[in-house]
Design a protein. Structure first.
Length: 317
C-alpha cells in the first residue's frame, strides 16, 4: 500500500471529520489493498502529516516532550565481578551526563546536546544540564523509557549539583512502567519492544563507545549523540503504539478549552460509546477513541439516584 499516494485524500477525509477507522473503510472499499485494521497506520500518518489535525484551532495544547539521556559509568576499584558491594571509598569517578536528546511529539526535528571533548575529559556536564533544563521547563508532559527511576532522577540530580531549581511541573509517562503493567513481553527493553511491535530498533553499540567518550574522543561523542537521537525516535514509535494501553494517561482534554468531549489520551473528538465501565458502586458509559484507540469513560453515572443509593459496598477484608 502506497500511503503517500493517498496522502491528500486521507488528509481531506480527516478534515471532514472522519475518524481513521472510517477512512480505512473508505480505502478498503475503493479496491485498494488495505484492511480496516489499517486505521492505526492512518492515525500515525495523520499525526505526522497534520499534527493536532482536529484541535489545531486551540492555542493551549499540552507540550509533550520525549527525551533520553546517556550518562558516564562509575569508575572504581573492586575485587570480583559477581555480587560485589562497592563502598563509596572505592569509587574513583562518579557518573555525569554525556548527552541528551529530545523531540516534541510529532515534530520531525530531534533536539540534542553532547559534551565537547574538553568537557568530557573534565567531566563537566554543566552546559548540557542547563540546555536540557530549558526544554523540561517548557514541557507539560514528559515521555521516557524507564524515565521515573532513571532519566528524571538523573537530570534532577544534575540540576541540584549545578544549582538549578526544578523545572516547572510536568507529568511523566514511563513506557517501561506501562509495558510491565499491561503486557507480558519477553523483554521490556526499548530495543526489544520496538522490534516486537514492528519498528526499527536502537543503534547497535558497545561499552567501548562510552569508554571512548570519557577519553574525549570527538568521533565517539558524535556517535553517542546520533545513538541518543535514534533512541528518541524509537521511543516515539513505541509510545504511540502503547498509548491505548497507558492507563491512566495524562488528560489531554484539560488543555483544550472547548465544550466537546475529548479523548484523554490524544485529544481527539472522534469518540463512540463502547460498553460500560463499572466501579464497585457505580457504572458509566465507556468511549472508544476513533483515532488513537484508547478507552475513556463519561463522568455522569448511567444509574439513577435510587439505584445508586441502594448499592452496597463489599467489605475490603
Amino acid at each position: 500500500m502506497n500511503w503517500k499516494k493517498h496522502k491528500e485524500l486521507i488528509i481531506s477525509l480527516s478534515k471532514k471529520g472522519m475518524s481513521s477507522s472510517d477512512i480505512a473503510e473508505v480505502l478498503s472499499k475503493s479496491g485498494e489493498d488495505v484492511s480496516r485494521s489499517a486505521d492505526r497506520t492512518i492515525r500515525e500518518l495523520l499525526n505526522k502529516w497534520i499534527p493536532k489535525h482536529d484541535i489545531k484551532d486551540f492555542d493551549e495544547l499540552p507540550k509533550v516532550l520525549l527525551f533520553d539521556i546517556e550518562t558516564a559509568p562509575l569508575k572504581g576499584y573492586f575485587w570480583d565481578i559477581w555480587q560485589q558491594n562497592i563502598a563509596p571509598g572505592q569509587i574513583i569517578d562518579d557518573w555525569f551526563m554525556i548527552s541528551w536528546s529530545a523531540k516534541w511529539l510529532f515534530d520531525n526535528e530531534v533536539i540534542s546536546d553532547v559534551l565537547t571533548s574538553k568537557e568530557a575529559i573534565n567531566k563537566d556536564d554543566k552546559r548540557i544540564t542547563k540546555s536540557i533544563w530549558e526544554y523540561l521547563n517548557e514541557a507539560d508532559i514528559v515521555i521516557g523509557h524507564n524515565a521515573i527511576k532513571f532519566d528524571v532522577k538523573r537530570v534532577n540530580t544534575r540540576f541540584l549539583i549545578h544549582d538549578l531549581v526544578l523545572p516547572s511541573p510536568y507529568e511523566v509517562i514511563d513506557t517501561l512502567v506501562h509495558a510491565r503493567r499491561k503486557l507480558a513481553m519477553t523483554s521490556n527493553r526499548l530495543d526489544s519492544l520496538a522490534k516486537a511491535l514492528g519498528f526499527d530498533g536502537k543503534i547497535k553499540t558497545s561499552f567501548e563507545l562510552w569508554a571512548d567518550c570519557l577519553k574525549g574522543d570527538e568521533d565517539a561523542l558524535h556517535k553517542m549523540n546520533i545513538y541518543c537521537d535514534k533512541d528518541v525516535r524509537v521511543l516515539e514509535d513505541v509510545y504511540l503504539k502503547l498509548r491505548p494501553y497507558i492507563q491512566p494517561h495524562p488528560n489531554m482534554g484539560i488543555y483544550i478549552a472547548d465544550e466537546l468531549e475529548r479523548c484523554p489520551s490524544c485529544g481527539s473528538k472522534h469518540l463512540k460509546v463502547e460498553g460500560t465501565y463499572k466501579t464497585t458502586v457505580n457504572a458509566f458509559e465507556a468511549l472508544r477513541c476513533g483515532d488513537c484507540g484508547s478507552i475513556s469513560r463519561r463522568r455522569k453515572s448511567i444509574l439513577d439516584k435510587k439505584h445508586r443509593k441502594a448499592i452496597l459496598s463489599s467489605t475490603p477484608k
